[in-house]
Design a protein around this ligand. Structure first.
Ligand SMILES: N[C@@H](CCC(=O)N[C@@H](CS)C(=O)NCC(=O)O)C(=O)O
Length: 220
C-alpha cells in the first residue's frame, strides 16, 4: 500500500508585526516562503516571532536570530528563504515553481537598488537612476516574455520579487513621495497581477507595518 501523504503541517517562523504580535509582519523573505507554500497548497503552521524580543526557543533553532526558519517533516530547522524555497520545491514538486536558469536572476538587483535609493540623502548619488535602470530592464523582460517572468505561469522568481516590489512601492511613496514611472506599463501590470493573487492577499503585511519596518532604516 502506498504511504499516505503526510498531513502534518510544516512549520515556519516568520516576523510578527511590530506592536501586533498576532499578525504576520513585514518581512519580504518570510512572505516569499509563505507564498511558495500557498501556491503549492502545502499545509503549514505559522509561528509569529517578535524580533524585538526573541524568545529563547527561537534563538535555539535560529542562532543568527533571523526569520524565516522552516521545519519540514523531519526535525531540522532550516534558515534562509533561498534554501527553504528550494526544499519546498523538492518536497512538493507539484505544481512546479521552477524558474528556468536563464530567467532566475531577472530583477535580482531591484531590492538592493531600492534600499540604497530609499536610504539615500543625496539626490545626486545616482541611486534613483540605478533603480530606474533595474525597473526598465524588468519592464523590457516582461514585454518580451510576460506577463510573469517565465511567461504564462507564475514561478519562484516572481514569488521572490513580489514582496520586494510591494515594499518598494509602499516605502518609496511614503518616505520620498516617489512612484514607479507610469510608462513602465509592464511592471505595473505585473505588480497588479502579483498583488491580486489569493496567495499574496493572504500573506501580505499591512501597509502601516511595512512603513513602520522601514522607518528606523530611513531615519538612521
Ligand atoms: N537571507 C535571508 C534574510 C532574512 C532576513 O534578513 N530576515 C530579517 C527580517 S526581514 C531578520 O530576521 N532580521 C533579524 C532581526 O531583525 O533581528 C533570507 O533570505 O531568508
Amino acid at each position: 500500500m502506498a504511504a499516505a501523504a503526510s498531513v502534518k503541517p510544516v512549520e515556519v517562523c516568520v516576523k510578527a508585526a511590530t506592536g501586533a504580535p498576532d499578525i504576520v509582519g513585514d518581512c519580504p523573505f518570510c512572505q516569499r516562503v509563505l507564498l511558495t507554500l500557498e501556491e503549492k497548497k502545502v499545509p503549514y503552521e505559522l509561528k509569529l516571532i517578535n524580533l524585538d524580543n526573541k524568545p529563547d526557543w527561537f534563538l535555539a533553532i535560529s542562532p543568527e536570530g533571523k526569520v524565516p526558519v522552516f521545519k519540514a517533516n523531519d526535525d531540522k530547522w532550516v534558515p534562509d528563504s533561498d534554501v527553504i524555497t528550494q526544499i519546498i520545491e523538492e518536497n512538493y514538486p507539484n505544481p512546479s515553481l521552477v524558474t528556468p536558469q536563464e530567467y532566475s536572476s531577472v530583477g535580482s538587483k531591484i531590492f538592493s537598488s531600492f534600499v540604497k535609493f530609499l536610504k539615500s540623502k543625496d539626490p545626486n548619488d545616482g541611486s534613483e537612476q540605478a533603480l530606474l535602470d533595474e525597473l526598465h530592464a524588468l519592464d523590457e523582460h516582461l514585454k518580451a516574455h510576460g506577463p510573469y517572468v517565465n511567461g504564462e505561469n507564475i514561478s519562484a522568481v516572481d514569488l521572490n520579487l513580489a514582496p520586494k516590489l510591494f515594499h518598494l512601492e509602499i516605502a518609496l511613496d511614503h518616505f520620498k513621495g516617489w512612484k514607479i514611472p507610469e510608462n513602465l506599463t509592464y511592471v505595473h501590470a505585473y505588480m497588479k497581477l502579483l498583488f491580486n493573487r489569493e496567495s499574496f492577499i493572504k500573506t501580505k503585511a499591512a501597509e502601516e507595518h511595512v512603513v513602520a519596518g522601514w522607518a528606523p532604516k530611513v531615519n538612521a
